[in-house]
Design a binder for this molecule. Structure first.
Ligand SMILES: [Zn+2]
Length: 337
């Protein structure tokens, strides 16, 4: 799951987006992305728009397979090479632009992506939340979303509820869900919202286009936890993945992108090589020569992917940029008074 912004989906700064589409191609000419790695984090995929309308998952981070294909074709058209973490330790071609596809959480619907990866002959990383896989339970943000939508609650209220729950530990979230929706709420509704099961993760790991990563055991936002708890969340997940796949993951994606110095320290001590954030930045190549390499990731634009560019590429999401601009203008006006 990704960070929730106040304005998300409630405000669409079209002017800023369109301005980005105009400016960005020129900027890319001057400031090329050669020797850069652009990493993107996806979540769930829908077979079609019809599946989206069933409201079985929170649509915030999800896209259709058609949009995913558009995304891939855009980057292939501009001659980007898709890689996975292990490629970073081998010799990379100079003056080449690179991209990486990652999927967070471990939705079964990611199988739709696997078929597409094979068709285009490109690899991707799948970060798995192991407790959902082990117990075959729905992700908590989807539970909130689907039950509240059914109750007719508006999106902003749902977002607020989800945001509040992101500041507590997984045990408190589980209690909250049980109290509000009952224990049966954890049961997935369909193949759209369910996680992979254990057999599927094992099969997935054997696929030549797939690399498996750690996404903690309980999708824990690690900045809410003690040192020992962070260690536990990472190691429990890695042990389960080892039992299923025969390999310890070398990559971890921090749930919600949250980390601090302690999280980094524990991650490094646990032997991970790559830590994936949700900061929208390009990664310079060759990768930094540190024990734990931090890899920043962009949120893929879920609409108009064929025209992918805009301010996303410069490290801004249009929604964020509009907010930042508003704050700046306000402060300038205040100073002039
Ligand atoms: Zn996640």
């Amino acid at each position: 799951m990704r960070p929730i912004k106040n304005t998300y989906e409630t405000y669409s700064p079209k002017v800023i987006k369109n301005l980005g589409y105009l400016i960005n191609p020129f900027l890319l000419n001057f400031k090329s992305e050669r020797n850069r790695l652009l990493v993107f984090y996806f979540h769930g995929l829908y077979e079609s728009m019809k599946q989206k309308q069933l409201h079985h998952v929170d649509p915030q981070n999800n896209m259709t397979t058609k949009q995913f294909i558009d995304f891939i074709e855009y980057f292939l058209h501009y001659k980007y090479k898709f890689i996975i973490p292990k490629d970073l330790s081998s010799e990379l071609k100079e003056n080449q632009s690179y991209a990486m596809i990652t999927f967070d959480d471990g939705y079964f619907n990611n199988m739709l992506a696997v078929e597409i990866l094979k068709r285009y002959n490109i690899p991707a990383v799948f970060f798995i939340t192991t407790n959902n896989v082990k117990q075959n339970i729905s992700y908590w943000w989807d539970i909130i979303y689907k039950f509240r939508v059914k109750q007719g609650i508006n999106l902003e209220t749902i977002r607020n509820e989800q945001r509040t729950l992101k500041s507590v530990k997984f045990s408190a979230i589980n209690d909250y869900i049980t109290q509000n929706f009952g224990i049966k709420a954890f049961e997935p509704w369909s193949d759209i919202d369910r996680p992979f099961n254990e057999v599927e993760v094992r099969d997935l790991a054997e696929n030549p286009y797939v690399s498996i990563g750690n996404h903690t055991h309980n999708h824990s936002i690690l900045t809410c936890y003690t040192r020992d708890e962070i260690k536990q969340e990472l190691s429990e997940s890695s042990n389960i993945l080892f039992n299923l796949t025969g390999k310890y993951p070398v990559s971890v994606a921090f749930p919600n992108g949250n980390y601090n110095d302690m999280v980094i320290e524990v991650t490094e001590e646990a032997g991970f090589k790559y830590a994936f954030t949700t900061e929208p930045k390009k990664n310079p190549l060759p990768a930094e020569d540190t024990k734990l390499i931090r890899i920043d990731r962009y949120h893929p634009n879920t609409t108009e992917i064929a025209r992918y560019g805009s301010f996303f590429r410069l490290g801004y999401e249009p929604e964020y940029l509009a907010d930042d601009l508003k704050i700046k203008i306000k402060s300038i006006l205040r100073r002039r008074k």
